[in-house]
Design a protein around this ligand. Structure first.
Ligand code: NAD
Length: 444
């Protein structure tokens, strides 16, 4: 496939954009500023090489595509899609695709950068990327979403590829969307190359080359870490209470996997509203309801509560598994929990972080706690490359070993450097990247 041919009305900004200019056009706080604040804190503490710091502060490529799609009624709509590739020092770019009205260059840039730290911390041979389309998918039919996805894939052309940049599911995207991307990408390749390229996306349906356990992997990783956290504190999860924000892929899997441990889900919030039941909500039953009704609102075995009441629910653990910037200067004082296990990307902003620390609320930071998704994406990529198919037990045990290894490295860094968990996680990730740049030097 020839890159120029595959691109329609496309503006490619190579060498990174200008966050300051882009931000001027964007309302509200910049997510990328939050990323840089977190990065600066760790980079200062570890006294990172100033040259490497300059490299890591910038994205490598920022791709924006505008593309037309025919709607069911015959009209043509223009869409805007993004792919930001932050860094590929450790391997091919890797990161999810999000379909959401909030998707813009600032958000995607921030999410791509977090992916670089996440893969570096997890010790998987990938870099960091993220992408998405600025749409509310609920406004489109399934047939329209398929055409939007396929045309976006075509517009990205060779900017993605199995050994170059590998997308995966994120908010409002799933295995079906990955199957459409796979099929579109393979359809543009010469026939004899097609089956060498199934690893162009991960999070595919199992029959199309996906891995067993990828659907639950992010939630599973969060739960493995909560178990480690509890073990370290001699804290029993049996009878422990928790609340979850976001009941999509990640949030619902966290809840369903906490159930056999005997923990009690007492409040849930999603985009449709919040519900509570001090006696406990059954995650499997709620997941069935959400599948049928599209959200938790109206669930008959819970009472509706408002956002402030949800955040103020007294519980042992809070799992934010929805969107970014949920725990802020305004909301952090409301929390009445012992642990925040960040399943979403960027749910806590820097001011929220300070308040959590001052209030001695413990934290499992996002780049550690939601890394189960990219770890199992790596397993899927490997299985495709080797034409292997691992059973679920093998996937789960390898995931557990890998994510617990990361947890132990971060815990050691917390002790060695006397710092908080987020900064320690960054320090472990950044020192891996720093070492690689030092070994290889800068071309030419
Ligand atoms: P999803 O689309 O399956 O679910 C998102 C959930 O968040 C839905 O329940 C939705 O109703 C809820 N939500 C959206 N906006 C909300 C709001 N303002 N308030 C309350 N709830 C809201 O998405 P997902 O894949 O579960 O992703 C959730 C988070 O986890 C995101 O931050 C994503 O980047 C992160 N993440 C996902 C994966 C993955 O493998 N899917 C991996 C790592 C991190």
């Amino acid at each position: 496939m020839i890159r120029a041919k595959a691109i329609h009305h496309e503006a490619i900004m190579r060498g990174g954009g200008n966050p300051a200019t882009d931000q001027a056009a964007r309302k509200g706080p910049s997510l990328y500023d939050n990323v840089i604040k977190q990065f600066d804190k760790a980079a200062d503490k570890m006294q990172i090489d100033p040259n490497i710091r300059k490299i890591l502060e910038k994205t490598v490529n920022e791709i924006i595509v505008h593309f037309p799609v025919k709607m069911d009624d015959g009209r043509v709509e223009m869409f805007t899609g993004y792919r930001v590739q932050h860094n590929n020092a450790l391997g091919p770019f890797k990161g999810g695709l999000r379909f959401h009205p909030s998707v813009d260059i600032d958000e995607v840039r921030a999410l791509a950068t977090w992916m670089t730290w996440k893969t570096a911390l997890a010790g998987v041979p990938f870099g960091g990327a993220k992408g998405g389309i600025q749409i509310d998918p609920a406004r489109y039919s399934t047939a329209e979403l398929e055409r939007i996805t396929r045309r976006f894939t075509f517009a990205l052309g060779n900017n993605i590829g199995p050994e170059y940049d590998i997308p995966a599911p994120d908010v409002n995207t799933n295995a079906q969307i990955m199957a459409w991307i796979l099929d579109t990408y393979l359809s543009t390749m010469p026939p004899h190359e097609r089956f060498r390229s199934t690893h162009v996306v991960t999070g595919k349906p199992v029959k199309s080359g996906g891995s067993l356990g990828r659907d639950k992997a992010t939630g599973q990783g969060v739960v493995y870490l909560i178990q480690e956290w509890a073990k370290d504190r001699d804290f029993s999860l049996k009878g422990a209470t928790y609340i979850v924000q976001g009941f999509g892929n990640v949030g619902s899997w966290v809840a369903r996997l906490m159930k056999p441990l005997g923990a009690k889900l007492i409040a849930v919030e999603d985009i449709t509203g919040a519900i509570a039941n001090p006696a406990g909500l059954d995650p499997d039953d709620l997941a069935e309801y959400v599948k049928r009704r599209g959200g938790v609102a109206g669930y008959p075995k819970g009472s509706p509560i408002d956002h402030a009441a949800f955040l103020s629910t007294g519980a042992d653990i809070f799992v934010p598994a929805a969107m970014e910037n949920q725990i802020t200067a305004r909301t952090a004082p409301l929390l009445r929990v012992r642990l925040v296990a960040e399943a979403a990307n960027g749910p806590t902003d820097p001011e929220g972080d300070e308040i959590l620390q001052a209030r001695r609320i413990e934290l499992l930071p996002d780049i550690l706690s939601n890394s189960g998704g990219v770890i199992v994406s790596y397993f899927e990529w490997l299985q495709n490359k080797r034409s292997e198919f691992w059973d679920l037990e093998e996937v789960d045990s390898k995931l557990r070993k890998k994510i617990v290894g990361s947890y132990e490295r971060v815990r050691a860094a917390v002790g060695d450097f006397g710092t908080d968990w987020r900064t320690a996680a960054y320090m472990v990730a950044l020192s891996n990247l720093e070492n690689v740049y030092k070994e290889r030097g800068i071309f030419p």
